[in-house]
Design a protein around this ligand. Structure first.
Ligand code: FAD
Ligand code: SF4
Length: 509
């Protein structure tokens, strides 16, 4: 063998750089399912099933294309780690070199580099062309800037890739940002009839894998009963078409809204397909722009959606590679509490958390505001160790890959990076959840109360959080209003709140 070409579970694009000078007569694709990748964090069954099913479909498609694929299945008794399996593959094929695209996780890149070093083989790490930008471009953007902000990186990418621009290079509609039009709740009347989610038949390898996961990872969190994620490029494309047709026009308006027993609302559900590279983000962005140009969807919705993919998705990847591996160790608010047990079961009388964790266990999915302003917010207010919060998010979402999960969790949701991802902590009381959802109506607590039997734990912990971090946050202008409100609280009232917070903490832990 000339080259052993490593393809990882989140690198399932047929046009990846490893195929540029692939010689079918002399090169071999190597893929392996190993236990460690599902157990190093206690992974949701649906996430395990999605990765394995998509890998097996990819293997079959490449074999049909005439590639030699050495594929190691979990049920054929693979070694537990990727590194050990890779060593075996090197023994089998005796390649002259190894090639791979840059992995989505620092740990995996290290593991593969260590094996290549140990066996003294050259390892070529190729650019991941799936993304609009590269880590080097991000580093260039970051150079000399005191503060990184999504907005500026996003505008650069809009210009570079000519997206939603007028002929003179100005943004279509005159503004770069339509966030102001994208923050509605469903009010009292609720969302009404929502579009159906398309169904994806589990065929071939997907069925085998669902059984395998049910048998082998029985004790893992989550359910497979509702598994309905695209596992092939064809299915992912159908998911995109369905979203553009039925959800995109209303996506922006209700992007931040939440509603009881409605896990999907107008969201695209495309993150897992994008992150496994079943779907090209260029195709997604182009389809959204086209929907604006043909009058199918309003500008605010289309810009809001494109901002998520061309903006946030590229930006967080830049942050990840720019700040790893130190990023993982950051804990700016010195938070050390353990993650409450109910994050793995949903067994809590806080209705918002019960809803969001419940749907997470059912589907491996929650939308952005559920992740940020319910599960994420509660963990931050309680003072949970950001590393433990990170482990949970990496485990329970079907779209979780560390490059995107870590900056969102440790940075945006926990303020663990001290302001790299977000210019201030996303802290709020139960009043925010009450405004954006109907969760509080089904709850035994009252979002307006910070003390007493009916006090909403979010509200109690919100004031306690501000009081605990008052000094640290006082240098931040964007916190002025919240800190001013804290100062308005009487000494006795605040003492009462802090006592209640202490009791709450004792009860939860
Ligand atoms: P939509 O709401 O339809 O958004 C469209 C697309 O934009 C998404 O598919 C996604 O690709 C992209 N996107 C949106 N927001 C972000 C963001 N903040 N960062 C990067 N891309 C974004 N996203 C992941 O892909 N994997 C993760 O592991 C992940 N972990 C998160 C953890 C926390 C604590 C938070 C607050 C956010 C996390 N996100 C993650 C970002 C976001 O919540 C999900 O991308 C989104 O909810 C996925 O659902 P969707 O495909 O329906 O997205
Ligand atoms: Fe959540 Fe508090 Fe509302 Fe209950 S009252 S649903 S705990 S925000």
């Amino acid at each position: 063998t000339r080259r052993l070409v490593v393809v990882l579970g989140d690198q399932l694009n047929a046009d990846s750089a490893v195929f540029d000078d692939f010689d079918k007569a002399q090169d071999v694709i190597w893929m392996a399912e190993v236990e460690d990748e599902s157990t190093h964090v206690w992974t949701h069954k649906a996430r395990i099933a999605l990765f394995l099913a998509a890998m097996r479909h990819y293997r079959d498609a490449r074999r049909t294309d005439g590639y030699d694929v050495d594929y190691r299945q979990l049920d054929e008794g693979t070694k537990s780690s990727l590194g050990e399996e890779l060593k075996d593959a090197i023994d089998r094929h005796r390649p002259e070199s190894i090639a791979m695209v840059q992995p989505g996780e620092y740990r995996v890149q290290q593991q593969i580099e260590q094996v290549a070093d140990a066996v003294e083989l050259p390892l070529e790490v190729l650019e991941d062309r799936h993304f609009f930008s590269t880590p080097a471009e991000f580093a260039e953007h970051a150079k000399g800037r005191k503060q990184l902000r999504l907005e500026f990186f996003y505008r650069e990418l809009r210009k570079k890739h000519q997206i939603l621009l007028e002929d003179d290079g100005e943004p279509i509609g005159g503004d770069w940002n339509y966030d102001g039009e994208n923050r509605e709740s469903f009010g009292k009347k609720g969302p009404g009839k929502l579009p159906e989610v398309p169904s994806f038949r589990s065929h071939g390898p997907t069925q085998d894998v669902l059984q395998l996961v049910e048998d082998r990872f029985a004790s893992h969190p989550g359910e497979l009963e509702h598994f309905n994620w695209p596992t092939t490029p064809g299915q992912a494309e159908r998911a995109l078409d369905h979203f553009i047709e039925h959800r995109l026009p209303t996506f922006g308006q209700y992007q931040d809204a939440l509603w009881t027993d409605e896990p999907f609302l107008y969201h695209s559900l495309l993150a897992s397909s994008l992150n496994l590279k079943l779907l090209d983000p260029r195709k997604v962005v182009a389809a959204a722009e086209e929907a604006y140009r043909t009058g199918h969807a309003p500008l605010a919705s289309v810009e809001g959606f494109i901002r998520q993919i061309l903006g946030w998705r590229e930006y967080v990847r830049g942050i990840y590679w720019h700040f790893m591996p130190q990023y993982l160790e950051r804990n700016a608010l010195a938070a050390h509490a353990p993650l409450p047990e109910f994050y793995w079961t949903g067994d809590t009388d806080m209705h918002c958390l019960h809803q969001v964790i419940g749907q997470t266990l059912r589907h491996g999915y929650a939308h952005h505001i559920q992740r940020l302003m319910v599960t994420g917010l509660f963990a931050m207010l309680l003072g949970v160790d950001p590393r433990q919060v990170h482990v949970w998010y990496l485990a329970v979402y079907v779209d979780a890959v560390e490059w995107v999960e870590l900056p969102n969790t440790l940075g945006m949701s926990q303020y663990g990076d001290g302001g790299i991802m977000a210019s201030k902590p996303y802290c709020a009381s139960g009043a925010y959840i009450n405004r954006m959802s109907n969760y509080c109506q089904g709850c035994r607590f009252k979002p307006s109360k910070a003390t007493g039997d009916e006090a909403c734990p979010f509200t109690t912990l919100y004031w306690d959080f501000l009081a605990r971090h008052q000094q640290q946050l006082s240098g931040n202008n964007r916190m002025n209003m919240q800190l001013k409100n804290l100062e308005r609280k009487g000494k006795e009232e605040l003492q009462e709140i802090r006592k209640q917070a202490e009791k709450l903490r004792d009860k939860i832990h």
